[in-house]
Write a protein that binds this ligand. Structure first.
Ligand code: IPD
Ligand code: CA
Ligand code: CA
Length: 258
């Protein structure tokens, strides 16, 4: 049902992408469009009927969380990549995860412009359009293509973010900033990227993608190498082979650093 909801919401986003947008500012550079809201409404409608009793955490309407959910919860980003969408830059996704027992059990990410559906189920593997996927076998930073992203409060944290970017940029083959964290993780899971890092991500950005990466053989942690949770502020994800080299570079930028 989550995959069906992601496909339907993605189809709606693709249709709305062609239309003029209604854009509202949540903060100076954090936008919401009519498409975020329409996609969310469609997904909630479908999921609330499928498994009654499962709670909802969804970016635009049910985003509050003081604690990590202890009951089964759908964690939803109805449009990941809103800034891209608002600028008619065709790179965005729908992300849906089923979170229970302290971790994601199912993760679905749909890229409607490429018609690519990424799915993962805990202990069963990860797939792109029904084909099993694995992370890359790139073993040196020199040969690695990595991605990053910038949080909406980047202006307040720009020194640390740019310092971390400079450090990674000067050790790898290339750095990309595509603009949709869920797709950054999906691309890592299917070996199109070798690593990804970002600070300040929210559970709806990562809840589906982190399961994809784990099920495809990747590793996730904070910048210092401690275990990752979608409820923690730092994410370093890699194809596993690069993880030690990347934590060595990023550990000094960890908020957990001494
Ligand atoms: C954003 C995107 C972006 C990332 C931001 C996220 P949104 O999500 O994933 O790539 O850098 O940190 O907030 O607002 O487009 O759903
Ligand atoms: Ca997002
Ligand atoms: Ca969003």
């Amino acid at each position: 049902m989550a995959a069906e909801a992601a496909l339907k919401a993605g189809t709606l986003l693709r249709e709305l992408f062609e239309q003029p947008h209604q854009i509202r500012h949540k903060s100076a550079i954090d936008l919401v469009t009519e498409a975020d809201l329409a996609s969310e409404e469609l997904i909630l409608d479908m999921l609330q009927h499928s498994l009654p009793g499962v709670k909802i955490m969804s970016e635009e309407s049910f985003a509050a969380y003081d604690d990590i959910p202890t009951e089964p919860t759908w964690i939803i980003d109805p449009l990941d990549g809103t800034t891209n969408f608002a600028h008619n830059f065709p790179w965005f996704a729908v992300s849906i995860a089923l979170y229970a027992e302290g971790r994601s059990q199912v993760g679905i990410i749909y890229n409607p412009m490429q018609n690519e559906l990424f799915c993962a189920a805990l202990g069963s593997g990860a797939w792109l359009n029904d084909k099993p996927i694995k992370v890359s076998n790139v073993a040196s930073l020199q040969n690695a293509l990595v991605a990053t992203g910038f949080p909406y409060d980047v202006r307040e944290k720009s020194d640390a973010i740019l310092a971390a970017l400079k450090t990674v940029l000067t050790h790898v083959q290339g750095v990309r900033r595509p603009g949709a964290a869920a797709l950054d993780l999906a691309y890592l899971a299917c070996a199109r990227l070798d690593a990804f890092w970002e600070v300040g991500l929210k559970p709806w950005d990562t809840a589906a993608g982190y399961l994809l990466v784990e099920e495809a053989g990747g590793t996730l942690s904070n910048f210092a190498g401690a275990p990752f949770s979608p409820f923690s502020p730092e994410l370093l994800a890699s194809n596993t082979l690069l993880h030690n080299d990347l934590t060595a570079l990023l550990t000094e930028f960890s908020s957990a650093a001494p």
